[in-house]
Write a protein that binds this ligand. Structure first.
Ligand SMILES: [Zn+2]
Length: 375
């Protein structure tokens, strides 16, 4: 017996004695996802995640073909919902930078920066690579109610997720090493683990973020819209801190979009008509620097486009000669706002200061009917 196997058996036995071996199993009820799953459907019917990966479910035949190259242990765990012995997995103590991909289909599932030492004997993460990559289902086997996690593309069994992890999600994704393959940073990324679409990120501040977020959520080609705080001087500010006006943050939204479906310039024109960029440090009923108008750019192209479009709008009759006071600056750190601010209009049905009809018209976009698209 080699020394590694000996250690492994010893630890498993010690765990059983200490009663810790149940860490994988206690009834916990079902776990809600920490963030909503957002995907885009392409014209040819493929499902693309916000991270740009093709997560269209594979057929049974395609999975069976891929599964032929698995080892017996990988097959038992991924195809028959098996569990490896604690403290035996090869990736448990892996501290290298990189990503963890599905051993069957190669879809990226977890990132090294989200890995933590849980003490359970299985690799643990507090969040996934993208909410659309890890599927959840209720597992009632062994007389317990647990939330099973599977690869969203090939349905490989990965492990379970429990609501006892560290902040910020308080979730513990408990994995089998055998379900994963590690791709170290700097190493070639296999084709099946690469994104098929490049997404772009844009930031806009136009007063209270509730309505701005809601407006962008309605645009086809927008994957995710998140409300947060930006361009301030304090890390991880709370809403209360931002409201004092002392942190320098603006209420802004982070928009992740598919630039092949909707351009940055279109989003910018939408934004400029969505709010009133001629009001200094206020929008509608809200006064204060956190309600200032701002376009926070990512990269030189966005900066050039923003300056060009704002100059053009100023020269036009769009705002009846009033001066546009929108600040245009490279984006600084974005801090997501508290959960209760996310999807606020969607959740409450309240109205906000924004001009959605005018924004769609100004951007030359057709206003969708029904549910917002960016959900
Ligand atoms: Zn997979």
């Amino acid at each position: 017996m080699n020394p590694i196997a000996a250690t492994c058996l010893f630890t498993a036995a010690a765990l059983a004695v200490a009663g810790l071996g149940a860490a994988f199993g206690p009834p916990t009820g079902s776990t809600a996802k920490e963030t909503p799953v957002r995907t885009l459907t392409t014209a040819d019917g493929r499902t693309i995640s916000a991270a740009g990966h093709d997560v269209t479910p594979l057929s049974r035949e395609a999975v069976a073909e891929l599964a032929k190259s698995l080892t017996p242990e990988q097959y038992r765990i991924t195809q028959n919902a098996g569990t490896e012995r604690p403290f035996c997995g090869t990736l448990l103590d892996n501290k290298k930078d990189g990503m963890y991909v599905c051993v069957v289909c190669g879809l990226p599932l977890f990132k090294s920066e989200h890995k933590f030492t849980s003490g359970t004997g299985w690799p643990s993460f507090f969040t996934g690579f993208d909410p659309a990559h890890v599927a959840e289902k209720t597992d009632t086997s062994h007389g317990m109610v647990r939330t099973e996690i599977n690869c969203a593309r090939c349905d490989a069994h990965l492990g379970h997720v429990f609501p006892d992890g560290p902040p910020p999600t308080n979730l513990r994704y408990c994995l089998n090493s055998e379900s994963l393959e590690f791709v170290e940073k700097g190493q070639p990324v296999p084709k099946e683990s690469q994104p098929v679409m490049t997404t772009e990120t844009a930031y806009f501040a136009g007063g209270c973020f509730w309505g701005v977020e809601h407006g962008f959520q309605m645009i086809p080609g927008v994957f995710t819209v998140e409300s947060g705080y930006q361009q301030g001087t304090v890390d991880n500010p709370t809403y209360k801190q931002v409201c004092t006006g002392n942190t320098g943050h603006a209420e802004s939204v982070k928009v992740v979009f598919d630039p092949a479906t909707v351009s940055y310039e279109t989003l910018l024109r939408f934004f400029m008509a969505l709010h009133d960029p001629t009001q200094l440090n206020r929008q509608g009923p809200d006064f204060g620097t956190q309600y200032r108008s701002g376009v926070y750019t990512v990269g030189d192209d966005q900066l050039t486009t923003a300056k060009k479009v704002l100059a053009e709008l100023q020269a036009s009759s769009a705002f009846a000669g009033r001066t546009i006071v929108t600040e245009v600056e490279p984006a600084k750190a974005f801090y997501a706002a508290e959960d209760y601010h996310q999807d606020y209009i969607e959740k409450t049905g309240r109205a906000c200061h924004v001009n959605i009809h005018g924004a769609f018209k100004a951007a030359g976009l057709e206003e969708p009917t029904g549910k917002p698209a960016g959900h």
